[in-house]
Design a protein around this ligand. Sequence first.
Ligand code: SAM
Length: 233
Amino acid sequence: MVKGSAMASSQIQGDRYDGAAEWYDERNAAPADANRDTLKDLLGPGGGLCLDLGCGTGQNLPALRGRGRRVIGLDFSVDQLGLARQRTVGGEALVQADAAVLPFADAVFDSVVAVWLSTDVDDFAAVLGEASRVLRPGGVLVHLGAHPCFCGPHTEGRADGGRIIHPTYRGAGWHPPAPWWREGGIRHRIGMRHLPLAELFNAFIGARLTITRVVEPSEEPIPWTLALRAEKR
Ligand SMILES: C[S@@+](CC[C@H](N)C(=O)[O-])C[C@H]1O[C@@H](n2cnc3c(N)ncnc32)[C@H](O)[C@@H]1O
């Protein structure tokens, strides 16, 4: 019963990208390039099975396999997976499923990455709980996504690189486009779920994932992105 309702709510989230995959893939190319070194650096070299959770159109698959791992991509959107398929190489699998209800046995993955997923799912704590369940003890999870303080429905970018923080920071939850989001941008079309900083960190703590490194990778004076490496206890 609980699993069924989780699936129903996430279905709405995943479906947001159906019909938008090619558009997303084009707009995400430059940001994905900019974040790739951070992702590779936090993950580090290693072997074994890696789960790309919310893999989207698969733009990170080459970087993940380039670090020596066998990759499985998982996403809810059929259209996103259609493009991801073109980026797979022999033996790599793609799975259509809800990140909050993973169709894998316990402790089968050596690593999990979740890139720009936290702001697309209803319940990131539930997603991390599942990621932790499928990770082997000592396994690594890399998260990269919106910096909760400086990127969200409460933040307005200024031309000089400054950021105005509106008093809606504590408004956790799903947000339709904020008035200051750039028209034609990904968040303007899709919306986003905002997780204040404490909610983000508590999701890791609750999932028994120990944060071992935190990075604010943007070259900009005020970062848009927060990335971290965590390990399964
Ligand atoms: C912003 S995109 C990021 C895609 C990819 N990680 C990247 O960096 O390009 C978020 C992705 O999460 C997927 N998604 C949203 N909710 C999901 C869920 N409950 N389960 C699995 N995937 C989900 C969407 O379909 C979308 O492809």
